[in-house]
Design a protein. Sequence first.
Length: 137
Amino acid sequence: MAGPRKNDYSVAMGELRIGTAERERAAGELGEHLAAGRLTTEEFDERVQRAYQARTASDLAPLFADLPDLNPPQPPRPRTNWWPAVAVLLVLACIAWVAFLRVPPFFLFPFLWIFFIGRRFGGPRFRGGRFAPHRYY
């Protein structure tokens, strides 16, 4: 191993006394190693017995000395480069701004009518409003 592991009890807690929760967690981790095929049932039984007899965190450390970490660190995600998309959107916004300043907005009126008619007859009020058939239960 390159350095101290996340579940290395001697590094994390030292000579502090442990409780039932830490013993249960160690037994659970040993069970996962058994399920992965890293331990035989005899080794598992011996290590779980030693885990329940442990009083300090350093007593649990030898149980995991020859086992790999269950949760290896995830590789960092590559950063997404947003600058090309931001540049394109900025250029499009500038073009739209210049177009709206230079062109009279008369071409927008048909779109407004289409929008309002679509909201009136195609929106959620049409499906559940006064045009919907009534259900009597």
